[in-house]
Design a protein around this ligand. Structure first.
Ligand code: NAD
Length: 297
């Protein structure tokens, strides 16, 4: 039976890490500037702590100046905004990332919009969203997850996606919408689906490129996939499985990998697909921001 190419996000991220580390070392040698990333976490959400640790470690591996601010769960919005203001003005910091979700008493929008667009390496500031939507992505910080997905799609299909149908399941500001902008810019014909879409399976089946970003374990099965399609599974879902009578938890995507791999032309696994690429795009954006700082000064 046919089996898809498995897109190895982990290996691609490792390659990118080496080239980012080389570029960071060159910047240090030429301009005495080390790219600096500040990661801010409020509260003790265990999943967020894992993400933040990974980001810090990856930044260090790339030779970046890396700082982490861990704030108490009851930190006020005012105090968080004061820290962001400090980081906005800190010359050693080129990228600021506030780990989401934030505790309920803090307005996420107020926080993401307080980060100066020049250091908005998550690409959540309206200025960066506007540039991306207007087709000026080369001049914008593009959200990391769709940027990583796009590199993997390009590896399979090239930079020009003319004539190809792309279907995205999920319309979030973090993944679905920026993904649509990037695919459109690459000349794909784009459909965005969401929780109100009718007959989702048949829409998905028309996709040459299918991006699943929902957060529902194994929702997309092999019979939703056009034979030969490139399938990008963004979902991260923790599910319980039983191994030898004991319950264990493991990560799975939105795509039912076992059936999808029989039909797709290429597919990302979970874990080891989109996740590692997302972190690497954060490093790439931070490096770009540091370079922009050099050319401004
Ligand atoms: P979100 O909750 O903001 O958005 C989910 C989207 O799915 C919504 O637009 C909703 O309309 C749609 N949806 C919900 N139920 C649906 C259904 N039954 N049919 C069709 N559409 C449906 O989530 P998000 O932040 O975009 O994240 C999506 C998934 O991707 C999550 O599992 C998240 O953990 C994961 N994620 C992974 C990475 C990574 O680095 N790998 C990064 C970001 C998000």
């Amino acid at each position: 039976m046919a089996s898809a190419v498995i897109i190895d996000g982990k290996a691609k991220a490792a390659e990118l890490s080496e080239s980012i580390a080389r570029d960071a070392a060159a910047l240090l040698a030429s301009d005495n500037l080390r790219p600096g990333l500040a990661v801010v976490i409020v509260g003790e959400d265990p999943a967020s702590q894992v993400y933040v640790r990974n980001k810090k470690r990856t930044a260090e591996n790339c030779g970046f100046h890396s700082v982490q601010h861990t704030l108490a769960p009851d930190t006020s919005q005012q105090d968080l905004l004061a820290l962001i203001d400090e980081l906005n003005n800190d010359k050693k910091i080129h990228g600021i990332l506030v780990q989401l979700p934030l505790p309920r008493h803090i307005d996420e929008l107020a926080v993401t919009q307080a980060i100066t667009p020049r250091k908005d390496v998550d690409g959540f500031h309206f200025l960066n969203i506007g540039k991306l939507t207007a087709g000026h992505s080369s001049d914008a910080f593009v959200p990391c997850t769709p940027a990583g997905c796009m590199l993997m799609i390009e590896d399979q299909l090239g930079k020009d996606l003319s004539g190809l149908n792309a279907v995205i399941i999920g319309r979030s500001n973090i993944v679905g919408k920026p993904m649509a902008s990037l695919l459109l810019q690459a000349n794909a014909t784009v459909t965005i689906c969401h929780s109100r879409t009718k007959d989702l399976k048949n829409v998905a089946r028309r996709a040459d490129i299918l991006v699943a970003a929902v957060g529902r374990a194994n929702m997309v099965s092999g019979d939703w996939i056009k034979p030969g399609a490139t399938v990008i599974d963004v979902g991260i879902n923790r599910v319980e499985i039983e191994v030898d009578g004991t319950k264990k938890s493991r990560l799975t995507g939105d795509v039912d990998f076992a059936s999808a791999v029989q039909v797709a032309g290429a597919i990302t696994p979970v874990p080891g697909g989109v996740g590692p690429m997302t972190i690497m795009m954060l490093m790439s954006n931070t490096l770009a921001s540091a370079r922009q700082a050099v050319s401004r000064d």
